[in-house]
Design a binder for this molecule. Structure first.
Ligand code: TXA
Ligand code: MG
Length: 345
């Protein structure tokens, strides 16, 4: 099949594809999603097939209003209500208890008792949902295991020929996927996946929030099935450098001595200090240390450097941040891309 590129004027056509059980990648403020009718199990099967996604990993349901959620859940607690009022549309996904009659197709294996809901902050996608009048499943629109797509071109590179269309709305602003919070146990709101909305921001609205233990201890199994898979990985090895400029210099010398082509993924400030050290290629994440900019550019940078290193024995040295709550989303994705590997002299 030929994958079409749609723009704002093609929303009606995109909605028709969705209603007929086809796949349309849609833009959001976080990353591009792979959209299908969440009430059509045949369409949802095609999503798993196109991505090569493990069948036990459930999908997020994208809605255009809180009212759309109400028809599928057994109830919305005051705290969940407050979170939706405060953060929707926006990069926060809520896990809620499903009602018994909910006719959603969000997993290829178990009959789930919960589902993840999110209202994305993107006008084109909100009109696509309204026009089709359907909730949309929307995993990130990448081949499973690869960095999530933050431009229509990334989606095209991964899924050309496998999906009907891509709704192009330029670059995603945030750059990493939404914060996922489990609200299905009333007394224990728990963050399963960190994102741009931090624990502190959520606590300001609903009080104490927990963090899934796997996010602080590598040996624990994650509660969110998707968090256990290898992820965000370019083909080249990724190594995190989080020390002084001397550590960067040691790392470059070390990998060059191993006959590797070195790629640098860092702020301009770090890169400028390395100007005597010729490296094979580089990608700038931010001017100075700036986690918002680094998040925005991370997946693009990993994809670009991987392309540059294609056919070479390459290594990507990537800038680490302190693991504060604000930096947790960035570091979570980077550590997965790096398979938890840090450079240590
Ligand atoms: O920003 C985002 O959330 C993007 C955009 C496209 O909206 N979507 C996204 O979807 O990241 P995906 O499928 O790549 O990640 C969904 C995550 C996975 O880790 C999955 O295991 C988890 O949410 N999840 C979904 N339903 C769940 C449930 N009922 N219980 C626990 N975890 C769930
Ligand atoms: Mg994903």
């Amino acid at each position: 099949m030929e994958t079409k590129i749609y723009h704002q004027e093609d929303i009606k056509q995109a909605a028709r594809v969705i209603k007929q059980g086809g796949l349309v990648s849609f833009p959001t403020e976080t990353v591009y999603g792979l959209g299908a009718d969440a009430t059509n199990s045949e369409a949802v099967k095609k999503v798993y097939a196109a991505k090569g996604r493990p069948s036990d990993n459930p999908l997020i349901v994208h809605v255009a209003s809180k009212e759309m959620v109400v028809q599928y859940v057994s109830g919305i607690s005051d705290k969940s209500n407050q979170l939706m009022e405060t953060f929707w549309p926006g990069p926060l996904t809520l896990i809620l208890p499903l009602s018994e009659e909910a006719n959603l197709s969000i997993s290829m294996t178990d009959q789930l008792e919960t589902a993840a809901f999110r209202m994305p902050n993107n006008d084109l996608t909100l009109s696509l949902i309204r026009e089709s009048n359907l909730p949309l499943v929307g995993p990130s629109a990448n081949t499973s295991g690869k960095p999530s797509p933050t431009t229509a071109t990334h989606v095209f590179n991964d899924l050309n020929g496998k999906i009907e269309a891509i709704l192009d709305d330029g670059e995603c602003e945030v750059g990493i996927e939404s914060t996922v919070i489990d609200m299905s146990q009333l007394d224990k709101p728990t963050i399963l996946r960190p994102g741009a909305i931090t624990k502190e921001e959520i606590e300001k609205i609903i009080g104490e929030v927990f963090i899934d233990t796997h996010l602080v201890d590598d040996k624990q199994a994650p509660k969110s099935p998707g968090m256990k898979y290898k992820h965000y990985s370019p083909d080249a090895d990724v190594i995190i450098v989080d020390g002084s400029i001397n550590d960067w210099k040691h790392a470059i010398n070390y990998y060059k001595s191993q006959q590797k082509k070195v790629a640098i993924l860092s702020s301009q400030a770090i890169y400028d200090e390395l100007d005597d050290y010729s490296v094979f290629t580089h990608y700038i994440l931010s001017e100075n240390k700036d986690v918002k900019s680094a998040m925005h550019h991370l997946f693009s940078g990993l994809r670009q450097l991987d392309t540059d290193l294609l056919g070479y024995n390459g290594v990507i040295l990537a800038e680490g941040y302190d693991e504060t709550s604000e930096n947790m989303g960035y570091m979570n994705r980077l550590k997965k891309a790096a398979n938890q590997t840090f450079f240590r002299k």
